[in-house]
Design a binder for this molecule. Sequence first.
Ligand SMILES: *Cc1c(COP(=O)(O)O)cnc(C)c1O
Length: 375
Amino acid sequence: MTLPYGRQSIDQSDVEAVAAALTSDWLTTGPRVADFEADIAAIAGAPAVTVTNGTTALHTAYAAAGVGPGDEVVTTPMTFVATASTAMLHGATILFADVEDDTANIDPASVETLVSEKTRAIGAVDYAGHPADYDALRKIAERVDAVVIGDAAHAIGSTFHGRPVGTLADLTTFSFFPTKNLTTAEGGAVASTRPDLLDRARTFRNIGMVRDRDQLRHPDEGGWYYEVQGFGLNYRLPDVLCALGSSQLRRLSAFKGRRQQLTARYDRLLADVPGLRLPVQRDGVDPMRHLYPVRVLDGRRREVYDRLRAEGILVQVNYIPVYWHPMFEDLGYRRGMCPVAEAFYAEELSLPLFYDLTDTDQDRVVEALRNILGG
Ligand SMILES: *Cc1c(COP(=O)(O)O)cnc(C)c1O
């Protein structure tokens, strides 16, 4: 039997929630959207709007931040390409800051050297579920009048000194892809403590349609009237999927507990395996552990990846440094730019970690690693 690095957990309560939505009057943009958004807000600590996935959440967040041609966005290369590409789709230029050696999160010291009056946004990622150093990032952002965007695709449910992810950045994005911490099949959300930013996010995900009377430029023509004052896209998440999302959120603390349990178990069982460096957790962080990213030392990552995969243990590598993609190369970005991120990439391996992973499954992963590395 194969063990993926991540997968969804769907139980009977999830099935029933979706079935109830399917047989209701609404398939999309009904009451379950607002309900799911309220449920996300309760976890994230800030009001939220749902969107179709984590990629469109980022596209929407950059739109809300007003990112456009001539602007610069400083972000991390240790992420999925969408963290950078969606800002570029708005016409922005990306500057890649290097990451911290311990967390693989964007390094504020590196950000410091890249910001200027052109910086419109600083984009952090809560790698593996461990919140980035937002207090330091916000200080830098305030100085140059930039917005901090947190890509929390890995981190819904995480807290930093008791403050939930959702309150740490100006705008926070989530993904509900099946391998993430909860799923709506495809789905995502943008949260913000700033009503102006959230309002812009809400308008962007609904084609740019403005109905609020206070915001109309011309007199209200009647009940049908709306205005488009800036273009947006249809990024609405359907009711049917929001029903699944609310049902999954009711299970979130169980998801978090099991992920933490499995993390502690990996920490213990792998402590004496040679040639491995285990992930760390900084003081004050209570993470929703999305990934368990080990570092395989001595140039053996490729070998360990191939041998585990051959045994049906479907480990993953997160991530290829974003600027290694040919799209960036064509724009003049060169390898070697962020050495800490590249060293991390060269050794990183994400071990299976998901809610339904059993202790026996996990023992199998540990045994397989021992067989390869010794100890
Ligand atoms: C998954 C992910 C995304 C994209 O989310 P999708 O829902 O797959 O579009 C963006 N950023 C990070 C860090 C992710 O892990």
